[in-house]
Design a protein around this ligand. Structure first.
Ligand code: HEC
Length: 175
């Protein structure tokens, strides 16, 4: 009979859907517990970058997303603990080396969102960059550092060894 024939597969489909829902739920729980368990909030000097006089924006226009964007979104890059004079002096050097204590800070905003979801920093300590990445999902959440090895950052940033591993170069305002 066609009716009886139909009932059997429908029950299987139901079981299949239910199993998938349980599977997704368990994966989400594991994922969330991973997120909550780790991470540090950024120091004030990082969170206050926009109010600081000694943080200078390198790019003139927001840097748009790229195909292999590791910090997906529209980005701004700042040099902190520095001055315009220092930056102009540095520009004349080849290869280019930022002084001890410089902090480069990058923010990223997802398309269609007006808040920043990522702050990545590189701070010159003992002659080497110390790399940290902070993330959040929602505007009212704290940023938390993600557990990632320095090598991950350096492996990509070393492509620009001549500019001291820093991709973004200073674009002075147009006169
Ligand atoms: C696959 C390559 C890649 C990896 C991996 C990567 N970055 Fe970047 N990063 C870039 C590129 C390209 C830029 C230039 C701006 C842009 O287009 O987003 C950049 C920009 C930056 C900047 C601003 C200074 C600059 O170079 O322009 C900081 C700070 C930064 N990244 C930190 C990090 C940290 C911290 C990590 C590791 C957790 C990391 N990056 C991993 C490619 C990478």
């Amino acid at each position: 009979m066609p009716l009886a024939g139909n009932r059997q597969p429908r029950r299987f489909e139901g079981e299949f859907v239910l199993r998938n829902i349980i599977h997704i739920g368990v994966s989400l729980l594991i994922g969330l517990s991973g997120l909550v368990a780790c991470g540090e909030t950024p120091p004030d000097e990082v969170l206050n970058y926009a109010q600081r006089d000694d943080c200078i924006r390198l790019n003139r226009e927001e840097i748009p997303p790229t195909a292999s964007d590791p910090h997906l979104g529209f980005k701004n890059v700042y040099v902190c603990n520095s001055s315009l004079e220092d930056l102009l002096l540095l520009e004349d050097q080849t290869p280019f080396v930022y002084p001890e204590g410089t902090m480069i800070l990058k923010t990223s905003r997802r398309e269609h969102q007006d808040y920043i979801w990522l702050i990545a920093t590189a701070e010159k300590l003992d002659g080497r960059w110390d790399w940290v990445e902070y993330k959040r999902n929602f505007e009212n959440e704290d940023f938390l550092s993600i557990p990632v090895s320095q090598d991950v950052c350096v492996d990509c940033h070393k492509k620009v060894i001549d500019s001291d591993l820093i991709f973004t170069s200073f674009q002075a305002d147009e006169p």
